[in-house]
Structure formats: C-alpha cells, structure tokens
Write a protein that binds this ligand. Structure first.
Ligand code: C2E
Ligand code: MG
Ligand code: MG
Ligand code: MG
Length: 290
C-alpha cells in the first residue's frame, strides 16, 4: 500500500529523523539540572543603541555549551525547559548571572546603563518569583534600577492578571519592563491601556520587511507613533542594515538592537565594543540635521 509505494528507504529516513529529534529533546530536558551544576550555560550580551549611536544598555541572551550537541540556542532549549518544568531554575540562574556581570559591564563603559533579562510566561505564574528576584538583588547588591525585564507580548497577555501584578511590583522597585516581540502576538490593542510597561520592542519581522514592503514601513511607523503617544520608549530589534536604522530614526524610534551594531557577545568580548557607534560622515550629518 502507501508505505510500499513510497518505498522503504523514504519512510525509514523520515522515522529516524523523528526518533532522533525526540531523543535530542528528551536528552536536553533531562540534562538541564546537570548542565546548571556543570556551568554549561552562559549569558551573551547584545548592545542596545540610542539615536546618537551611544551604547545605552545590553540584553542578556542565554547560550548552552552542551558537551555532546555543541552550542545550543535558546530558541531550542527554552521551550523544552518550559515544557519540562525546568524554566524557573534557568531564569533564576540568568538573573543571578546578569547581576554578577552587571558591575563588570558598567565598569567597562563607565556608564550606569541597564541590563535586560528575558522572562518566560511560566515565570509570571510562579508565585515565588518576585521574592526570588528581590533576594538575588539583595544578595548581589544590585540596584533594581539597573535591571530591565523583557517579556513577550503573548506571555504577558496569556498571564494577564498575574503579569500585571508582578510587573507593577517590579516596577515599583525600580526595574524597567519591556514588551518583547510586539506586533506578532495579538490583534487586540485594548490591553495597552491597562498594562505596566516602559518599553515596546518592535519585532524583527517588521524591521526585516522595511526594505521590501511599503505596508510594513507604514505599520512600523504607526507602532512607533502609538508607543510615543503612550509615552513609552520604543526599541526595534534585528537591525542589519543602515537603511533600516535610517527609516527608524526618521520615524522617532529611540533604541535599536541588531547585527548592524553587534551580535550578542560573550562577556569577555563586550569590552571590544565602541562606547558609540558611528557610520561615517553621512550618517552623522543626517543625525545632527534633525
Ligand atoms: P528575543 O528576546 O526577542 O531576542 C532577540 C533574538 O534576536 C536573539 O536571538 C538575538 O540574538 C536575535 N537577534 C538580534 N539581532 C539580530 C539581527 O540583527 N538579526 C537576526 N537575524 N537576529 C538578531 P537568541 O539569542 O537566539 O534568542 C532567541 C529567543 O530566546 C529570545 O528572543 C528570547 O525570547 C529567548 N531567550 C533568550 N535568552 C533567554 C533567557 O535567558 N530566558 C528566557 N526566558 N528566554 C530567553
Ligand atoms: Mg528579548
Ligand atoms: Mg524580541
Ligand atoms: Mg524574538
């Protein structure tokens, strides 16, 4: 029948792939605790850049140096950690690590900027999370004003009641809150009148389409307008080309992140970054002309 018609080889390869991917998932889920104990996780830092090119902060992004699989990216292991109930230990680790790295990052640039840490939806429902964060700040003697938390639009909205309360408490303590991947999650904007955030992060998808789609340019411009009207800071992600930054600058975008400036870097390489990014006399004059 079908399987015969398709041929034995084809169906065997397909099955093997599925088995391998399932094995890898299981192996990743089962080795998270061990990996934490063995120091296999690290934080990479990607600079956030202001309108004048000045470095204004960093986003901490997790990486896993796995003994068998090599460098494993968060896009793969974060969802597995969420499904297997391990995410809060990873979050705890990331917050601790970022708090330890913060004074180093600040001393490199003689600057008191913020470090942003990503939270997952599960963290918002975890009843002890606020106390845990507070405890880490106290232990590491970190001023909460130097810490920003990023949460995706969908994670915020799926946990709306918890999230509002949780972020209000963090905000009262001095932390900044960013809504990540904005524009990809929900169609209704009514929630924007009720949430506690400081920054709206425009998803990379919009930035990617700036070059090719007039509509994407209009939508992106409108998102920036909307954020400004709500007195929020706007940060755009995934800037890879100067033309994209130009468009965003002309429409009032405050902060940008992307490979144009730098990929996320291990802590030891952060010192190689310039304190201010410049892209030739053209760019400088365009900025001062505004
Ligand atoms: P995100 O928070 O939206 O982070 C932005 C992602 O875009 C990062 O991928 C970053 O490396 C990538 N990126 C930045 N600039 C560019 C660019 O110009 N071009 C392209 N193509 N990509 C760019 P990364 O590090 O693989 O992280 C993926 C996602 O994993 C993050 O998306 C975040 O949702 C999640 N994540 C990372 N670290 C953590 C963490 O410590 N905790 C939690 N809960 N989630 C994390
Ligand atoms: Mg983020
Ligand atoms: Mg994002
Ligand atoms: Mg994203």
């Amino acid at each position: 029948y079908r399987s015969k018609a398709r041929g034995r080889g084809t169906s065997t390869i397909f099955t093997n792939e599925m088995v391998e991917s399932h094995k890898r998932k299981l192996s990743i889920a089962n080795s998270i605790d061990q990996a934490l104990a063995n120091n296999e996780f690290t934080l990479y830092y990607q600079p956030k850049v202001a309108r004048d090119g000045e470095l204004v902060g960093f986003e901490a992004l997790m990486r896993w140096q796995h003994p068998d699989f090599g460098l494993v990216m968060p896009g793969e292991f974060i969802p597995i950690a969420e499904q297997s109930g391990k995410i809060s230990s990873l979050t705890r680790w990331a917050i601790e690590r970022a708090c330890i790295d913060l004074p180093l990052l600040q001393s490199v640039f003689f600057n008191k900027f913020r470090v942003a840490i990503n939270l997952s939806g599960h963290d918002l429902r975890h009843s002890g999370m606020f106390d845990l964060i507070h405890q880490i700040f106290t232990q590491q003697q970190v001023n909460p004003e130097y810490i920003e938390f990023e949460v995706t639009e969908s994670a915020y909205l799926e946990n709306f009641a918890f999230a509002n309360k949780f972020f209000r408490r963090l905000s009262n303590m001095g932390c900044a809150i960013s809504l990540d991947d904005f524009g990809t999650g929900y169609s209704s904007l009514s929630y924007l009148t009720q949430i506690t955030i400081d920054t709206l992060k425009i998803d990379r998808q919009f930035v990617r389409e700036l070059n090719t789609s007039h509509r994407s340019r209009l939508v992106t411009g409108s998102i920036i307008d909307l954020a400004k009207r709500l007195s929020l800071t706007v940060c755009a992600e995934g800037i890879e080309e100067l033309s994209q930054w130009d468009y965003l600058l002309n429409h009032g975008c405050d902060h940008v992140q992307g490979y144009l400036f730098s990929q996320p870097l291990p802590l030891e390489d952060v010192a190689l970054l310039p304190a201010r990014f410049e892209f030739g006399p053209d760019h400088v004059s365009r900025l001062s002309g505004q």
